[in-house]
Design a protein around this ligand. Structure first.
Ligand code: GDP
Length: 458
């Protein structure tokens, strides 16, 4: 257990109704007791744990800084499992900074990024995947993202990993007995039982690996680029998806000259959506820069929404746009279905191949349900939306699960031909990789890196 007294402002910067300063570690109650004048008879030091007291935060000379509610949570029943005090004052930055300054002058140290959560992990309150999920809960872009993060925070993902580790340990113990006491009457697993267990572990790991595609989208958003020649309705589509007038919509070709990136959601799927400059052959230098950027964005995007205007004839620019979609996940959107159409999906067939083609109108909203459905399908693939608590959503975990899977594949391959000692090396490799996911076996460097992406006060 770590005892050094740390403190930080735990709420966001700026003006707000209330703001919170959090302290954790030995002496936090005594420190705040000295700077707090409760209105009631009970002092903070003598108050029960998990009680809130109302009073004034005062300077050394006794003058008042602000009114505050002070919450006392004694170890181990607190976020960090240490003594924690939270001061809830008004949420102005001057107020909060002055209270924090008094706390620091009184002997606390400013907490590092993620240090409260790191202590919660080090003190055994959260496993590493749950600790990591704290930031995912805070930054969750949609309800589906939040559901996934909350499940991880509640430890469901960690439990799955824990169950796999138990199975691995049973296998290792079995093989060690075979080596050490070959003639002993210890009950052994048959070869079929060992193979069955290996198959099961492998299948679970493989299913987990497949969830990364979905988990990453739910956590970070699906990078989507809207592409199309000028005036097909790209900005109109963006505005419709955002539900606001963010992009300029005009009849003048070439008005969107740079790319805009916006976060929005479609059917619970977070989208990092980029509206790009209209792509066409141009002599205009500024427009050409925008078009070049549009091409770069299109390359980086995971999903392309290629937009066409069916009220005007198809052009060479449209065909160039279809060339850009080669090898990329693409939904072709035939826009302006409310107008008389000059052509339809069959005219596009020779260029679109197997790509999805939907007819839409950003004016009437026609086809948006179908677009929502298509995006949802692309996101979940064969993963079940109800099972997101077990999804992998970060590259570190994905790499570790893959590593464990490779070790299990080696054991499966060598099971009949290699001695037990060799099999155990790979089983231990898998065990260790899974231990890194939950933090049972993890280096200080990795921990520092994980918690450094947290905010101060968390
Ligand atoms: P962009 O240059 O591709 O971004 O196209 P805009 O979104 O600026 O739209 C160009 C013009 O097409 C504007 O006058 C829009 O009002 C119009 N427009 C966009 N979508 C539709 C649609 O579905 N139906 C009709 N009738 N007009 C549309």
């Amino acid at each position: 257990m770590q005892h050094e007294l740390i403190a930080a402002i735990a709420t966001a910067h700026g003006s707000a109704g209330i703001g919170i300063i959090r302290l954790s570690g030995e002496g936090s109650v005594e420190l705040v007791d000295a700077m707090f004048r409760p209105f009631g008879k009970t002092s903070l030091a003598s108050a029960d744990s998990r009680r809130a007291l109302y009073g004034h935060i005062v300077r050394e000379d006794g003058s008042t800084v602000d009114e505050a509610l002070v919450l006392k949570m004694c170890a181990p029943h607190s976020y960090t499992c240490e003594d924690v005090v939270e001061i809830q004052s008004h949420g102005g930055s001057v107020v909060l900074r002055e209270i924090l300054a008094i706390v620091l002058d009184s002997g606390a140290r400013l907490a590092e990024a993620g240090e409260f959560t790191k202590r919660a992990f080090l003190n055994g309150r959260l496993d590493l995947s749950a600790a990591d999920a704290v930031m995912d809960v805070i930054t969750a872009p949609t309800r589906a993202s939040l559901h996934m993060a909350e499940g991880k925070l509640a430890g469901h993902f960690g439990q799955k990993i824990h169950a796999l580790r138990e199975e691995l340990m049973t296998l290792i113990a079995h093989l060690e007995v075979v080596i050490d006491f070959p003639e002993d009457g210890v009950e052994e697993l048959t070869d079929e039982e060992v193979t069955g267990k290996l198959e099961h572990i492998h299948a679970v790991l493989e299913t987990m690996c497949r969830t990364f595609h979905t988990g990453r989208i739910l956590k970070e958003g699906l990078p989507v680029a809207i592409i199309g020649r000028p005036n097909v309705g790209k900005s109109s589509l963006l505005n419709m998806l955002l539900g606001e007038d963010r992009a300029i919509v005009t009849d003048v070709e070439g008005t969107t000259r740079d790319a805009l990136e916006e976060m929005t959601e479609l059917g619970g799927i977070p989208l990092r959506i980029i509206d790009t400059a209209g792509i066409r052959a141009t002599e205009d230098i500024v427009e050409a820069i925008g078009i070049e950027r549009a091409r770069e964005h299109a390359e980086k995007a995971v999903l392309l929404l290629a937009l066409f205007d069916t009220s005007r004839p198809l052009t060479q620019d449209d065909r160039d746009i279809l060339t850009m979609t080669e090898g990329k996940e693409t939904i072709c959107l035939l826009n302006k279905s409310d107008l008389d159409s000059r052509w339809d999906a069959s005219d596009l067939l020779e260029w679109t191949g197997g790509k999805r083609v939907l007819t839409i109108s950003t004016k009437t909203g026609e086809g948006i349900d179908a677009l929502t459905h298509a995006v949802t399908e692309l996101t979940y693939r064969d993963n079940l939306p109800d099972d997101t608590v077990g999804f992998i959503s970060d590259a570190r975990t994905e790499a570790l699960i893959k590593k464990a899977k490779t070790h299990i594949e080696a054991v499966k391959r060598d099971f009949q031909s290699m001695a037990e000692d060799f099999l155990i090396i790979d089983l231990r490799g898998a065990l260790e990789a899974l231990g890194e996911v939950t933090g049972e076996t993890v280096s200080e460097d990795v921990l520092n890196e994980i918690f450094s992406r947290f905010c101060i006060g968390k």
